[in-house]
Ligand binder design. Structure first.
Ligand code: RTP
Ligand code: MG
Length: 159
């Protein structure tokens, strides 16, 4: 059967500074991305300024963890990916496991956060939670990325 490009969904994934700080952990997460048949559409390592962090997490402004989240995410290098796959958004979130480390350890010990999460804030990874947030977050990290162009250009390659 021909696997149509239309079935591919794209999402924004981040390996956060806590995981990038540990080469074996970031490598294991990267390997998981490949093992799970995601197509790595784009990836880059970068360091956020504090105001990048504040803008990206604006929806959490006022929550008790906002300051620590913003500081943590601008504390060192991270790796951002555009990943493509069928059901990329939900599949990546499933692989990450629950946000909170104690939940991840008990409910989903094989998940990325279950294995490597340090705290509820330093929890290894991020993934877009909807089509709208994927679009916004991809544009945030990769403003030059043209989704329509990528789908059209690569369709013959991914059948
Ligand atoms: P994510 O955005 O990373 O996919 O996780 P999520 O939707 O499940 O979690 P969300 O509630 O949106 O929180 C975003 C990020 O804020 C940090 N956080 N720290 N209690 C805490 O200290 C706390 N709660 C959340 C985490 O880094 C979380 O991923
Ligand atoms: Mg979220």
């Amino acid at each position: 059967a021909v696997r149509r490009a239309k079935a591919l969904q794209i999402t924004l994934a981040i390996i956060k500074p806590d995981a990038v700080a540990h080469p074996l952990i970031s490598e294991a997460i990267h390997q998981k991305i490949l093992d799970q048949q995601f197509i790595v559409v784009r990836s880059k390592e970068l360091i956020w300024r504090r105001d990048d962090s504040e803008r990206f997490y604006a929806e959490h402004k006022g929550r008790f963890f906002y300051q620590r989240l913003v500081e943590f995410m601008s504390s060192g290098p991270m790796r951002a990916y555009i990943l493509a796959r069928e059901n990329a958004i939900s599949h990546w979130r499933e692989l990450m496991g629950p946000t909170k480390t104690y939940r991840a350890r008990y409910l989903s010990p094989e998940s990325i956060r279950g294995k490597y999460g340090l705290t509820d804030t330093r929890n290894t990874t991020h993934g877009s939670d909807s089509l709208d947030s994927a679009e916004r977050e991809i544009a945030f990290f990769f403003p030059e990325f043209n989704k329509k162009c990528w789908y059209e250009m690569d369709e013959p390659l991914i059948r």
